[in-house]
Design a protein around this ligand. Sequence first.
Ligand code: AMP
Length: 248
Amino acid sequence: MKVLVPVKRVLDYNVKVRVKSDQTGVDLANVKMSMNPFDEISVEQAVRMQEAGDATETIVVSIGPDKAQETIRTALAMGIDRGIHVKTDAEVEPLAVAKILKAIVEGENPDLVILGKQAIDDDSNQTGQMLGALLDWPQATFANTLTKDGDSLTVGREVDGGIQTVKVSLPAIVTTDLRLNEPRYASLPNIMKAKRKPIDAKTPEDFGVDITPRLTTLKVAEPAGRSAGVKVADAAELVAKLKDAGVI
Ligand code: AMP
């Protein structure tokens, strides 16, 4: 089974997001960027499937600027076999990402595509579903568990209030949720080994995909700040205030 893992380079999840003063977007100048955390979980899943003998080849793909190659190298250091970098400096919306991924799927013929459930920069939660629709493949989103049985996958999906178990036939799309696994850290020897793994260089034009945005961001604003608290003199005053507020 061949597995394709799309990964996005995003603002590191530990970074405090700063909105640009003209409110046109988020300030990305000189901030740490990393692999989208859900994509690390996808990479880990693909590598585990290869280690278990369920996957025979694993491929990572990232669409983005030159620096997206660092994200691809991270996936290669975690154990993915080879990479595809689709270079563009433009912001690529989920539909255009899905169209590029569809073209890559048609060229590579993977049996499984594992995406993150969402990219933590745009929080779209759309690409996997759009790719499933474009390919007309079954999809299991928000995977919490994943096992391969012959020509199908059994996936436990995180839904409100519990886990829904579904079976999808291959080829299929899976999107990963937070509790599917705990991604490994790449070891130094594997980081060195990853430098020699091949990365194929492509552009959106190679796939005939028009990435012109269809959405216009009107405004990005910081969440409202919290209002100041008050200090109470003693427990009795605290209890009185809580009663007044209807909390107790
Ligand atoms: P989104 O729909 O933007 O929330 O992204 C969901 C998932 O789609 C991500 O976790 C990635 O697996 C994949 N994805 C989104 N954008 C890209 C990109 N530029 N390059 C590669 N994969 C992407």
